[in-house]
Design a protein around this ligand. Structure first.
Ligand SMILES: [Zn+2]
Length: 298
């Protein structure tokens, strides 16, 4: 375990240094599948989740509010100055909790499913700035072109996905964890003149369905490794057929702990097994484990 984690850190640090000085597109990770991709003029965010309720708040079904002050603190730490659009892959609390808070800060357009839409509306978000997300639609922000792709949520346990379906309408004013439900799941192709990124936040999907004509040429795959069916299944179904140069695993961190306390791995995600199982099958792809707040630059 120790040697594997040691090699991860070397990879991440070595990669960032190697790229310094020719930064065109930055990818910043804020834990789970909460990422912000930016070039010099535009930024787009995915799955905003900065306020991390602790386990007790979740288990006691307490109200889990998004915390504006904390979100601002984290954005300052990550040097985030603007966000044109926010996409939500699915509406579980750990992908959507800070949607309206982040969006209000920058006047962002929200591109989300019906559940996330009613959550944002319940917090007073202007409906004019909310777009209902649909598979295969494309959205352009500056030089970023984002294609929404049909995906599925990997089961949490055996065949079951917890908290599925339509949220209560109107969305509860003081929601607890059970009020956040996954209605639809999406993946994304993010094309920019400098790089092409495939992002799969929900760990399950069919590339043939996403790309019926031909697979795109992808530089980076960002993939959630939480709730994966198996490492082999995940790599063979969603990652390796795209022949990426870099693979960035996410959603392996302990999401019940504040971002300010630093990165620690989740007890529920077997990172060691992921590394051991993927070691021989990555071909020419490099595995890059991100760190909180710091940018991977391409
Ligand atoms: Zn989920």
């Amino acid at each position: 375990m120790v040697s594997y984690i040691g090699s991860i850190l070397v990879l991440a640090i070595g990669f960032i240094l190697a790229s310094k000085g020719r930064a065109e597109v930055n990818i910043k990770w804020f834990g789970t599948s909460n990422i912000i991709i930016a070039d010099e003029t535009n930024a787009i965010a995915f799955d905003p989740f900065f306020t991390r309720p602790n386990l007790l708040q979740l288990l006691s079904k307490s109200h889990i509010p998004s915390r504006q002050a904390f979100v601002d603190e984290v954005l300052a730490k990550g040097k985030v100055k603007q966000i044109e659009a926010i996409f939500v892959s699915h509406s579980h609390y750990d992908h959507v909790l800070d949607l309206a808070t982040l969006g209000s800060r920058f006047g962002s357009q929200l591109i989300v499913d019906a559940n996330a839409r009613s959550y944002a509306l319940s917090l007073g978000y202007d409906k004019v700035n909310i777009i209902q997300q649909k598979a295969f639609e494309q959205h352009q922000f500056g030089q970023f072109k984002v294609t929404v792709l049909p995906s599925q949520h990997a089961p949490h346990l055996s065949c079951k996905v917890f908290l599925n379906g339509k949220s209560e309408s109107p969305f509860p004013q003081k929601p607890n964890v059970l009020d956040f439900r996954a209605l639809e799941s999406y993946a994304y192709l993010i094309e920019h003149p400098h790089i092409t990124v495939f992002f799969s936040p929900s760990s399950l999907g069919d590339l043939g369905e996403m790309f019926p004509d031909a697979f795109p040429s992808v530089d980076i795959v960002i993939v959630s490794i939480a709730s994966r069916m198996s490492t082999d299944h995940l790599l063979n179904s969603l990652v390796l057929p795209l022949q990426p140069k870099f693979i960035v695993p996410v959603h392996h961190d302990n999401m019940f702990r504040s971002l300010n306390r630093g990165l620690s791995f989740s007890n529920l995600v077997d990172v060691d097994e992921f590394l051991q199982s993927s070691e021989d099958s990555l071909a020419n792809a490099r595995l890059v484990f991100p760190e909180y707040f710091s940018a991977l630059s391409f």
